[in-house]
Design a protein around this ligand. Structure first.
Ligand code: ADP
Length: 384
């Protein structure tokens, strides 16, 4: 099919920053795009050809939007999967498929999928409500500590809590949930796998998430991960195992734990471009967004190798600041070598809201890491 400068229409569900970065590629290739998002101020608005405001969880809205496109993709998992299924049944190409989304949309179903396919993952149990979970704790079926996860609608850690005491249980919402063994991991790693419609597969290098020692928040995504070749190979093998089992189309980001015994466990996956691949815009031959577009349009996949080492720092809203955003000291970080800020276009900041990210590239990963620390210390996302 001719996608370029033609009548072909690509539909994207979700108009956030991931969509906006996907649109850099569709602009480059001159592919016509239409985007659906609930917010009139969605970051995608400036770069798509058509923008529609609407609820991504509403069957009719998603169905009617999808009926008018040739290929439909999404940049967020919280979309109406029944509408995707009906569109697929009626001949619209939906990538990743409704089946893939159904498998990962609920974290409980996702974990059962790993179990079924003998993919290494932390032991878990699923509960329909908080009472059921409490009952399990009272009867010693579940032992503390453990990690509580809401099976649906969590993002960026909002649906995840480490339960260390009985008291912690009382603050949890009454929703379907999962208890997972608390993994004492050495490293958190991620591997992005791209798979096109014909089944061509490529993996990106293993990246490492470096945590703040006290706040327990990811501070840096580092590519390449500072781990042995042996562990890199193991991580890629497990990621490919997930990809093979899922038979997804598009980008699949596989989040992994490296345990103290150097076992690799799958934490979770996202079948779309992912925060752990943002570094690729500046550091890779083919960035994850272009790769996703290539994959879902069944074009040849691009080179996943890195040109240089890349480190990504998230720009999140500072605590105590809500309102019109200001990027304090952005000029200072732009004076530093190899530094590129990405501003998502959200006008309002609030504590911990993802407002942008900064990429630092350098021939040498240790040098990039030093600049990254400077960036982190210098820039501040505050309100006016
Ligand atoms: P989200 O979908 O919100 O990103 P995750 O399942 O990735 O949630 O969990 C968020 C973070 O919580 C992970 O990046 C990891 O640091 C920590 N975490 C999640 N599961 C476990 C676990 N079983 N053991 C230890 N830490 C965990």
């Amino acid at each position: 099919m001719n996608y370029f400068s033609s009548n072909f229409k690509l539909g994207i569900l979700g108009g956030g920053q991931l969509g906006k970065m996907l649109l850099y590629t569709t602009r480059k290739f001159d592919i016509y795009t239409t985007v659906l998002d609930p917010s009139a101020e969605a970051p995608c608005k400036i770069a798509c050809n058509e923008f529609h405001e609407g609820d991504l969880m509403d069957f009719d809205t998603v169905y009617n939007f999808g009926k008018n496109v040739d290929v439909l993709t999404f940049e967020i998992e919280h979309v109406n999967v029944d509408a995707l299924q009906k569109l697929e049944d009626e001949g619209v190409q939906v990538y990743p498929s409704a089946k893939t989304l159904r498998t990962i949309q609920n974290k409980g179903i996702q974990k059962l999928f790993y179990q079924k396919h003998e993919i290494p993952t932390a032991p878990f149990s699923i509960y329909m409500s908080l009472e059921e979970l409490m009952h399990g704790v009272q009867n010693d079926v579940i032992s503390i500590p453990f990690v509580w996860k809401s099976t649906q609608f969590g993002y960026d850690g909002t649906g995840v809590k480490v339960v260390r005491t009985l008291d912690d249980l009382h603050n949890l919402p009454n929703v379907e949930c999962m208890c997972e063994e608390l993994v004492n991991f050495k490293n958190e790693l991620a591997v992005i796998v791209a798979r096109n419609v014909s089944g061509e597969i490529k993996t990106y290098p293993v990246v490492e998430m470096e945590f703040h020692p006290e706040a327990n928040q990811v501070e840096y995504v580092i590519c390449p991960a500072r781990i042995s070749e042996d562990i890199q190979a193991k991580a890629k093998k497990v990621a490919l195992q997930v990809s093979e089992a899922l038979q997804h189309t598009g980008i699949l980001a596989v989040e992994l734990f490296q345990t103290q015994n150097d076992e690799i466990l799958v934490n979770e996956v996202a079948p779309r471009p992912h925060n752990s691949g943002h570094y690729s815009i500046e550091a890779s031959y083919t960035d994850q967004f272009e790769q996703h577009i290539r994959a879902i349009l069944n074009l040849p996949l691009g080179n996943t190798a890195s040109k240089v080492a890349g480190i990504m720092v998230n720009l999140v809203g500072a605590e105590g600041h809500t309102g019109d955003v200001v990027y304090e000291n952005i000029e200072k970080i732009m004076q530093m070598e190899g530094v590129t800020p990405h501003i998502y276009g959200k006008k309002q900041t609030r504590p911990f809201r993802k407002m942008g990210h900064v990429t630092i590239v350098n021939e040498d990963v240790a040098a990039a890491r030093k600049v990254a620390a400077e960036v982190k210390k210098t820039i501040n996302v505050i309100s006016k």
